[in-house]
Design a protein around this ligand. Structure first.
Ligand code: HCA
Length: 435
């Protein structure tokens, strides 16, 4: 390599065959990478924002979560308990007996819902304790004190039974820290002391209005909101963050929550969920690996995505990590870089998430696209050079085809095989080639 001595690749940050590391300097005093985990809500918020699933489908999803993060990277998975189907799913999940993700319930703040948790034999449940005045006054039409009393009645009953509650501070990013959040959490702390049962809070950025910057004060600033809870005495394991992606900031907000002292990051597979969705679990697992050095089994992702697609999820082509185009390039400049060294245009080795680098041939890929496509398909193709007249001829055929037919979409492998077999007969009848 020219000038090798002066080359700076930041190998300790970009190891390439491992997830990119997140180096934190001057961290918030509350950040502790040893105490962070991802938690799942695919079968609750995901299902709610998608469609009701059958027991078999729910089981498959839970089993996939066990494969992906059963080492404890995915600490818990949340379940509805309302319908016979929900309860049957929980029963079957408990039969599996996996330690992680730990199955937990998700209920409204009502004693009858709590009864469902008891019947299901779950040790922990989320309880929806909406915290902003929008929800308290507009949705429930009650005063703050009345809402808190109602929530705390359910929390107390749960604690009496030794059930750990995870109180969702719904709409926390539009709630008053001083008048709503802190007084409610103080009362949770008192009850927890009285009954000797742990509790957690789920800070919910319900409408995706949160911002990931410490300079932004509450209600919108996620870092200060989380730090305020730590200052009250809550431990990382007691604070979960649950964001939505309405303004495209969900991953940044989830990272900010970890970096400022929350322990749990509540996500769904592919980010499925209400409106613009939730935080994509697979993306947070890559960041989790980058922060902790731990290694969830990310190479399982393509299988999981195929399973979800079979259930009817449509994965956008540009979805990070799992979309068709996530490691696929079409631009000539990029492909030229890839030819010289794959690291030039890949964020990390796609094999880490079970994928491989790929190109799609259009005229914009230039001769480089044609060459890279040929190299990946021909036995001994690495020897082929850009100035080979067959490469040039094939490139011209590609350009002509787009010009003459007015085509707009990249060529499929089968189409490329047909064109290329004129110059490379060994490709004739090669059949379908893996992408
Ligand atoms: C909802 C809203 C919610 C709840 C979060 C949670 C939010 O669907 O009821 O309890 O997991 O974002 O506030 O998703």
């Amino acid at each position: 390599m020219a000038g090798a001595a002066e080359v700076e690749l930041y190998r300790s940050v970009f190891p390439f065959h491992e997830p990119p590391r997140i180096v934190v300097e001057g961290a918030s005093r509350w950040f502790d990478p040893g105490r962070i985990v991802v938690t799942d809500t695919t079968l609750r918020d995901g299902q709610q924002g998608w469609r009701p699933l059958s027991v078999e489908e729910g089981l498959k999803i839970y089993e996939a979560l066990v494969e992906l993060g059963g080492d404890g990277s995915i600490y818990s998975a949340e379940f509805f308990l309302y319908t016979p189907r929900d309860r049957e799913l929980v029963r079957r999940v408990l039969e599996i007996g996996a330690e992680y993700p730990k199955p937990i319930g998700w209920i409204r703040a009502s004693l009858s819902d709590l009864g469902l948790v008891v019947e299901a034999g779950l040790e922990e449940t989320t309880v929806l304790t909406s915290i902003s005045d929008y929800h308290i006054y507009y949705k429930f039409g009650v005063t703050r004190e009345r809402a808190f009393e109602k929530y705390l009645e359910v929390v107390e009953e749960a604690m009496k039974r030794g059930i750990v509650v995870r109180c969702t501070l719904e709409d926390a990013t539009r709630a008053s820290l001083e008048r709503n959040i802190k007084p409610f959490v103080e009362r949770l702390m008192r009850l927890s002391e009285r009954y000797g049962v742990e509790f957690r809070v789920k800070v919910a950025d319900t409408l995706g209005l949160g911002l990931p910057f410490p300079e932004v004060p509450p209600p919108r600033g996620v870092p200060r909101l989380v730090e305020a809870l730590r200052e009250m005495g809550l431990e990382p394991e007691q604070i979960e963050f649950h964001g939505h992606n309405d303004l495209g900031l969900v991953v940044a907000n989830h990272l900010a929550a970890w970096l400022h002292g929350a322990g749990m990051s509540n996500c769904t597979l592919l980010g499925i969920g209400e409106r613009a969705g939730n935080c994509p679990l697979e993306v947070m697992l890559v960041h989790y690996a980058g922060l902790t050095g731990r290694r969830p089994r990310l190479e399982k992702l393509p299988e999981i995505v195929a399973m979800l697609e079979e259930m009817g999820v449509r994965v956008p082509e540009w979805q990070p990590l799992v979309g068709r185009n996530a490691f696929r390039t079409k631009a000539g400049v990029h492909i030229d870089g890839l030819l010289k060294n794959p690291e030039v245009y890949l964020p990390f080795d796609p094999a880490l998430v079970g994928r491989s680098a790929d190109i799609a041939v259009t005229p914009y890929g230039g001769r480089a696209a044609v060459l890279l496509w040929l190299r990946s398909r021909l036995p001994g193709g690495e020897e082929l050079r850009k100035d080979d007249p067959r490469v040039e001829a094939l490139y011209r055929d590609v350009v002509r085809l787009f010009e003459e037919t007015g085509r707009h979409t990249p060529l499929s492998d089968e189409e490329m095989e047909m064109l290329a077999s004129r110059y490379f007969p060994q490709l004739r009848g090669a059949g379908s080639v893996p992408a």
